[in-house]
Design a protein around this ligand. Structure first.
Ligand code: FES
Length: 106
């Protein structure tokens, strides 16, 4: 497992990620999606486990679930559990906001 740091401060990271927008970030040789709900950050695999739609185009709902843009399956971002749909769970990664930036372990 490797840990990456985004930004140089918590404030900078919050400014980089407007609330509930999903962005794709490059961490080493891997691209992952990152989003936040308030000060809770989430990192998760970029491609939907169902048919590989890019979840960057998805939406975050008020239950901290990401909704896939293609067939609207829903995945809980704390656990990755599929909540609506029939496929494996989403891979999620530890994302923690600290004063020095956002730490993501993949
Ligand atoms: S590709 Fe995501 S729900 Fe089908």
């Amino acid at each position: 497992m490797r840990t990456f740091t985004l930004g140089n401060s918590a404030d900078e990271v919050i400014a980089l990620f407007p609330n509930r927008t999903i962005k794709e970030v490059q961490l080493g040789d891997q691209k992952v999606c990152v989003t936040r709900d308030g000060k809770s950050f989430f990192a998760f695999e970029r491609l939907c486990p169902h048919r590989l739609a890019n979840l960057r185009e998805g939406q975050l709902n008020e239950f901290q679930e990401v909704i896939c843009p293609l067939h609207h399956y829903r995945f809980e971002l704390n656990s990755g559990r599929v909540k609506a749909g029939d496929c494996r769970d989403l891979k999620v990664y530890k994302a923690e906001l600290q004063e020095s930036g956002l730490k993501i372990s993949i």
